[in-house]
Design a protein. Structure first.
Length: 365
């Protein structure tokens, strides 16, 4: 199998995306065999707000690569990411570059769909086959103005609901009305709004049924950023002493992890729970250790596999599903983490180095 990669990060200046190339002759001219091979290679461009392997997008890429490799499918993969989830201008520049690059297939995973839709319309008008990742029409406020090849995502509201239900049931069992501070992502992020809305609405419903109530102390916007979540959580822990704060909800893994680190430093993990969402590797390790109570788990490897199969099926002239929504289980201890996390990731540094040998040997069976 032939697979190439290029990685770019958008900063202040516009960056051109490139992929590694090979097969040139000594005088710089491409060899005929290489030209023939290139003609058979499907060009894929993956633009995400992050490509870190410990997070969703990086794991999606891993799943894509594995599926393409297992199928022996010739593919040239280029990847690009802006400086951070909040760098909307950088993301837009990368989408402009995509029109110039003109890949056979473009995978797009933005922090906010609404902020990139105008550019996606231009990409569609340019005739580029687009796969939208982590969004689908049912989670958007308005009917989308594009008709991509497919939407491959998780039900973000459901992710919030399953975690919220689990936590509410714990508080019902304790006979407690929890004081909660939700840590949202970027203020314009549909993902953040869907997740947190699902979590809070479900908690309120479950708690009401058992005679308790949800008390939201205040709302924080941490931009899906670990460092910002850390700083905000330090302030929140100081503002609300023991007995006044019961739960911090992180709208993504990094937010939950930042809050966990702040509460650890202030010795507050014993009295303040953390609910995460997404299930990136170090968050799953924290759930194993008991530092984060639970999270709705999204199998990003499976999403990547689905993306690869969508591309290969389309190339082969087969019909593909318009929307794919994988299930979202709750992971709340080491047993459920090892049950849901693909074995491929067990030895990855983000997971393995964050749990003890004893714990790993007990559950890695």
């Amino acid at each position: 199998m032939k697979m190439k990669h290029g990685i770019a990060v958008a900063a202040a200046a516009l960056l051109t995306l490139t992929a590694c190339s090979g097969g040139d002759s000594a005088d710089g001219a491409a060899a005929p065999a290489a030209e023939a091979e290139a003609d058979e290679t499907t060009k894929v461009l993956f633009i995400s707000f992050t490509n870190d392997i410990t997070e969703m997008a990086g794991q999606i890429l891993e799943g894509m690569e594995i599926e393409f490799e297992n199928a022996g499918f010739a593919v040239d993969i280029q990847t690009a990411a802006p400086a951070g989830a909040e760098d909307n201008e950088g993301f837009d520049r990368l989408l402009q570059d995509a029109i110039t690059i003109n890949p056979d297939y473009l995978m797009v995973l933005p922090a906010s769909y609404d902020l990139v839709e105008d550019r996606l319309v231009e990409i569609q008008e340019a005739g580029i086959q687009t796969i939208v990742v982590n969004y689908f029409p049912g989670m958007l406020e308005k009917t989308p103005r594009i008709d991509p090849l497919t939407w491959i995502t998780v039900n973000e509201k459901l992710m919030g609901e399953v975690g919220g239900k689990y936590m509410a049931e714990q508080y019902c069992a304790e006979g407690k009305s929890p004081n909660v501070v939700p840590f949202y992502g970027p203020i314009a992020s549909e993902i953040s709004i869907q997740r947190m809305g699902g979590s809070l609405d479900t908690m309120e419903e479950v708690l009401k049924a058992c005679g308790q109530k949800l008390v939201v102390l205040e709302e924080i916007y941490a931009d899906f950023n670990r460092e910002k979540a850390f700083t905000f959580a330090e302030n929140i822990a100081t503002k609300y002493p023991v007995g006044k704060l019961d739960l911090i909800i992180g709208a993504n893994s990094n937010t939950a992890l930042g809050a966990m680190e702040a509460l650890t430093g202030q010795n507050r993990l014993a009295d303040v729970d953390i609910l995460g969402m997404g299930g990136q590797l170090d968050e799953l390790a924290a759930i194993c250790r008991g530092d984060i109570k639970a999270a709705g788990f999204r199998d990003s490897l499976r999403m990547g596999s689905t993306i690869a199969n969508t591309v290969m099926d389309t190339v082969a002239g087969k019909a593909v599903d318009k929307i794919t929504l994988p299930p979202i289980p709750v992971v709340n201890d080491c047993e459920t983490v090892f049950k849901e996390l693909p074995e491929l990731f067990w030895e990855f540094e983000g997971f393995r180095r964050n749990i003890s040998d004893e714990m790993f040997n007990q559950y890695a069976k």
